[in-house]
Design a protein around this ligand. Structure first.
Ligand SMILES: [Zn+2]
Length: 157
């Protein structure tokens, strides 16, 4: 194992741009949405979701069960997988909070984007290796999809 190497998440430039637009639009509240893709760690598109936490939209986000189901249906209809969720941190760094940890679970990506005075900034990707584990940061690469590499990421059958 290479010291310092972190698992890589690749995101299509169109998906990254859509997150920046949605995060800026939601400011000063948190924006959030689902991450869809053809394979694990390959995000190809996003689904914007309403922030269900109406009482504290600046400081936390909650994805409603109906939104979760809608995101899964959307993924199925597009032949994609629901890979996780993104949300924005208005005027806070792109680091997940203890509340974020409470809503994260193994197998799903957590992507956070900082929005400074309305301008979308740093984007970071995280996952949780186990139910009791803290967040682990992942390398995030914004790059066009390359099918040959995605095929290599498929799990053996
Ligand atoms: Zn957060």
């Amino acid at each position: 194992m290479i010291v310092g190497a972190r698992p890589l998440v690749r995101m299509a430039p169109e998906a990254a741009e859509a997150i920046r637009i949605e995060a800026a639009r939601a400011y000063p509240a948190e924006g959030c949405g689902a991450l869809l893709g053809p394979a694990e760690a390959a995000v190809s598109e996003i689904v914007p979701l309403a922030n269900a936490e109406a009482s504290m939209p600046r400081t936390r986000f909650t994805v409603s069960p109906l939104d979760y189901i809608a995101a899964e249906d959307r993924a199925d209809a597009r032949g994609l997988k629901l890979l996780g969720f993104w949300h924005s941190h208005p005027d806070h760094p792109a680091r997940p909070s203890p509340t974020d940890r409470a809503y994260a679970w193994p197998g799903l990506l957590t992507l956070v984007i900082g929005v400074e005075r309305g301008d979308p900034g740093e984007m970071t990707a995280w996952d949780v290796p186990g139910h009791e584990e803290p967040f682990r940061q992942l390398d995030l690469e914004i790059a066009p999809r390359r099918d040959s590499e995605i095929a290599l990421q498929k799990e053996p059958t």
